[in-house]
Design a protein around this ligand. Sequence first.
Ligand SMILES: C[S@@+](CC[C@H](N)C(=O)[O-])C[C@H]1O[C@@H](n2cnc3c(N)ncnc32)[C@H](O)[C@@H]1O
Length: 304
Amino acid sequence: MTENNQIVQFHVPVMTQTVIQYLLPCIQHKKYKDKSAMYIDATLGSGGHSQAILENISDGIVVGIDLDIDAIEYSKNRLKDHSNFHIFHTSYTNLDQIVSQFPDYALKGVLFDLGISSHQISKPNRGFSYSVQGILDMRFDQSNPIRNAKDIIQRSSEYELSNILFKYGEERFARNIARQIHEQRRNIRTTFDLAQIVRSVVHGKNINKSLSRVFQALRILVNNELDNVKIGLSKAIDLCATGARLVVITYHSLEDRIVKQIFRDYAQNNKLQILTKKPIRPLLIEINNNPSARSAHLRAAQKV
Ligand SMILES: C[S@@+](CC[C@H](N)C(=O)[O-])C[C@H]1O[C@@H](n2cnc3c(N)ncnc32)[C@H](O)[C@@H]1O
């Protein structure tokens, strides 16, 4: 893809080798063989992880899901030569409906790579980034007429805004930022307008952290992300066959805490074996090559 005469990569998949090691445990040096196996990439994005799964299985099917139509179109084209790849433009919270469409297959692995893709961050009309000027949208699914980030800013009280920034961004200056946002809400239309308000409240070395947290908080609320993780991951565990693997990559502590807790609850009920005592982090070399991997935490478990 070319934007401003530069080659812009849609997204570089994170910790791909570790994902494959946990998702397809028996591969060693040969391709994984299981005719009736179904693997789900619940957050398809650029299809990078799906491609790796497809390259490491000789039988079975891979199903890719994403809410973002750009991701769907991109991956459809990228993986068009794989007849055992199926794609769905929907939320991974509908996992049960998707699995029921493949009654001849057993669910043997599910991957969640949460967060946003580089494509979403860099595209101005998505409004996800404080360093890219664009309208404050932040919906993963732009065909869904849910309230966007601008609507939330314009319709919330100062108290509600403060709670949003604190609960979903863990932002320590939530109150002061919320007061400024509320006072100036009629003038906030773009990412830069919002970033300017945050900069007027927070100074010094904390500024980038506060900007990230404010944008993260709004994004989480717009897309109902935390509830979706709870619903999607629980459904995935319930739908998996015995011995199936679950791999989840998170990019902030709110999500990681939810994954840890869900894995723990299922393990206590003897429905899951946790494979990663502590989350696995990317190697420094990967972070150097792909800075968006820097906050990744990978957890894996096996259905009992
Ligand atoms: C970090 S990216 C995934 C990148 C992907 N693993 C790759 O290799 O390119 C996260 C993706 O999850 C998608 N997403 C977020 N919430 C979703 C949901 N509830 N259902 C399906 N996809 C979702 C986003 O649109 C985004 O494309």
